[in-house]
Design a protein around this ligand. Structure first.
Ligand SMILES: [Zn+2]
Length: 141
């Protein structure tokens, strides 16, 4: 546990990697799940107000956009195929719909992806969390 993180009840800690990821996806603190992980759209809070976990230690870098692009591509592929089967829809209209949907989906998935990656790094003790893995604190091996 980082030096300034407040000890919390073991029941408040996530019981698995999936639980830590899910808290991050929902924009909650992966450690305690009690408050917001993000101060702004993609800017995590410096410290959790409830458990004191330092979230500046993460190093998500380009991974959240990569995940967002990957998911958007897999979600959009069937949509593009379905729209392509409609011969009544002009090509320019299809391109407009697909571009708008892809843009909205990409932006909408960025924050959940970043939250999940921060939760993953904390759970596994990667980057700045080295030596303070969440799974070790939660007693999961
Ligand atoms: Zn917290």
């Amino acid at each position: 546990m980082p030096d300034s993180a407040i000890p919390i009840a073991p029941t408040a800690l996530p019981h698995s990697l999936g639980a830590a990821l899910w808290r991050g996806v929902r924009g909650q603190c992966p450690r305690c799940g009690g408050t917001h992980l993000f101060a702004r759209f993609l800017k995590p809070v410096e410290r959790c107000r409830m458990c004191g976990q330092n979230w500046t230690l993460h190093s998500a870098d380009d991974f959240p956009p990569y995940v967002s692009i990957l998911l958007t591509g897999h979600i959009m592929a069937p949509v593009i195929i379905a729209l392509g089967l409609h011969e009544a829809l002009p090509m320019w209209a299809m391109m407009l719909v697909v571009a708008a949907m892809a843009l909205v989906l990409l932006i909408a998935l960025l924050q959940p992806a970043k939250g999940a990656i921060i939760g993953l790094q904390w759970w596994l003790g990667l980057h700045g969390f080295a030596g303070h893995a969440g799974k070790k604190e939660a007693g999961v091996s």
